[in-house]
Design a protein around this ligand. Sequence first.
Ligand code: NAD
Length: 312
Amino acid sequence: MHVKDIHRIGVVGAGLMGHGIALSFAVHGYDVHLWARGQDRLDQALQNIRSGLQLLQQLGQVNSEQAEAAVLRIRSGVALEELATEVDLVVEAVSENLTVKQELFGVLDRTCPPHAILASTTSSILPSALASATRRRDRVLVTHYFNPPALVPLVEVVRGPETSDTVAETVCDVLRATGKRPAVVQKEVPGFIGNRLQAALVREALSLVEHGIATPEDVDTVIKYSFGRRLAVAGAFEVGDLAGLDVYLNVASILFPAIESSIEVPSVLLEKVERGELGVKAGRGFYEWTPEAAAALRERIGRALVEPRSSQ
Ligand SMILES: NC(=O)c1ccc[n+]([C@@H]2O[C@H](COP(=O)([O-])OP(=O)(O)OC[C@H]3O[C@@H](n4cnc5c(N)ncnc54)[C@H](O)[C@@H]3O)[C@@H](O)[C@H]2O)c1
């Protein structure tokens, strides 16, 4: 199987990730079959897809004809058997629940054509757990998109122990054809790559605040106005090579014993959650939020996500 054999993509689940993944494929010329459990969810997803296309237009990623063409490429329905029979690749994006996903993979295995590749955008379930619900273990993997999937270029392609080389390569080629930058996780591990790296940063940031070393604002200022900017164009290993690996070695020997290594949930986070200070959705988290301030931050993030692409 080759990238040229992939024409129709099934997207199963039409929530936050599902509608954005459907949008990403449709904008890049793929026919999409979008499935959700109920017509109300599908109607909401199609509305979200239109809003997403408007944002892409504002950001100069598509023009109005391309946006209209993308909408026409999406066929949607609530009968999985009808949508799944003609697909070459499925991306599953239902709620993060192992039993639900395994059941769905069993149904997809029985319904999709034998050649079809089954992928999941799960954040935490390993591909082997999904493959075990099917009789096509060589054709199952994880394609872990980041939110918002139409804008973030990265997709982690996580191989299970039985995923074939050809399937992993074909999926990477399809993702490249939709403007994505795939990164392959060769051995399945919880958190894959991106969430492990983010968790390491978040643990240290929470620790700095918990121990009164800095305020959340100052921690965010350090991230945004120094290495955060550099990270958009150069990764840890590129930066290490520029700095000199002897410097990296010194930093590792002095700082690794000093930084946070606790496996406990930090109390600064626990207390916020117990008080209902959940962030934007509650109007207060580490910052105070109005809907306007949250919308402005989302727009800044959207712009930053598309702008660095021109320099790569
Ligand atoms: N939200 C994120 O930032 C993010 C990022 C990367 C990956 N993910 C992963 O993407 C997947 C979807 O997350 P989301 O944020 O889009 O969630 P969501 O709640 O927005 O959407 C999930 C959809 O699944 C549907 N659903 C729930 N149970 C179902 C069932 N039994 N059968 C069919 N449909 C069912 C829901 O109706 C909903 O429309 C999860 O596996 C999540 O871990 C989420």
